[in-house]
Design a protein. Structure first.
Length: 325
């Protein structure tokens, strides 16, 4: 586990900035704390007095000051009051972030990306934040390659995530990366959330009310998920949704943030990942089960989506069950 002996828990330090959101502040402990003794989670303040204002009607007192950041294997910066993001970081918070050792895995949730960007930690990197703040973020930090359509971005040892629930997504991703799918799935069940969510933020952006006579594409998507092993032409799909192909494609893009063809590929890759993790089926057989014409096609789409071959993915996530302490 990232440079730590197997017997030592990975130390996650959560930095509570002034105006922190209480819900997101608790996400790291809820997720990593469900992984048994694999992780140790501590919370720290940017100032030695260790009292932090939240965006609610109460303050919190945390057990650690900024020195805890120097001991972290992973640092997580939850979101804080949006009224602050247009202002420079206070000196104490900037100094706290400077305590993070080079190479430490650093994660932001929602507006936490503004703090990382203000501290120069996102320069030249890909990043994300809440979709509603994307324009403001771009104006303030033009040297950051912002992608507002995704749930989280991993760029080397820095990860940024979107709004509230994306904090769960990125923390579960870290558990999966560190320990494999068995433990990540166990943690997800403990938290009563899905192990991963397909798609990006676009599906959550407020959309115009559909025109009279149109209906949503969710039933058609459910219909398609039951037929991933079959060819699914756009015209057939649209007919099932009782729309013209053009209207169906437009409504699909509005509701999911992606095209029908791209969504279908992602679902097939998703199903293939599950089969690679949970079965010993040959790659060609898995390709047929999920609707790719050949094993070569599956290899190409898996590599394009997550950057690895089926064999490499299986080696990583088919290592056997992991104890949870």
């Amino acid at each position: 586990m990232r440079g730590m002996p197997e017997s030592s828990p990975h130390r996650v330090v959560v930095l509570a900035l002034d105006g922190v959101y209480p819900f997101e502040l608790g996400i790291p402990k809820r997720v990593f704390g469900s992984a048994g003794d694999a992780y140790e989670v501590v919370t720290c303040a940017a100032t030695p007095n260790r009292t932090v204002r939240t965006d609610a009607d109460f303050t919190i007192t945390v057990a650690h000051g900024p020195e805890a950041l120097e001991t972290a294997d992973t640092v997580i910066v939850p979101p804080y009051d949006m009224a602050r993001i247009a202002d420079p970081l206070p000196a104490a918070e900037r100094a706290a972030l400077a305590r993070i050792r080079p190479g430490t895995r650093t994660v932001s949730i929602c507006t936490g990306a503004f703090a990382l960007a203000e501290a120069g930690m996102l320069d030249g990197r890909r990043a994300t934040t809440h979709w509603a703040l994307a324009d403001r973020f771009r104006r303030m930090f033009p040297h950051v390659a912002l992608d507002p359509d995704v749930l989280f971005v991993e760029d080397g040892d820095v990860l940024t995530s979107a709004g509230a629930a994306s904090g769960l997504d990125v923390c579960l991703h870290l558990v999966r990366s560190d320990h494999g799918s068995a433990l990540a799935n166990f943690v997800a069940k403990c938290c009563v959330v899905p192990p991963w969510r397909e798609g990006g933020q676009a599906q959550y952006i407020e959309q115009p009310v559909p025109e009279e006579g149109e209906s949503g594409t969710a039933p058609a998507r459910a219909w398609a998920l039951e037929r991933l092993d079959q060819p699914l032409a756009l015209r057939e799909w649209a007919t099932h949704a009782r729309m013209s192909p053009r209207t169906f494609a437009r409504r699909f893009q509005e509701e999911t943030g992606t095209s029908p063809g791209r969504w279908l590929i992602l679902q097939r890759v998703h199903r293939a990942r599950h089969l690679l993790e949970s079965t010993d089926l040959p790659v060609d057989r898995i390709a047929a089960e999920v609707g790719f014409a050949t094993g070569t096609s599956l290899r190409q789409h898996l590599h394009a989506t997550i950057g690895v071959t089926p064999q490499a993915y299986r080696r990583t996530f088919r290592a056997g069950p992991v104890g949870v302490g």
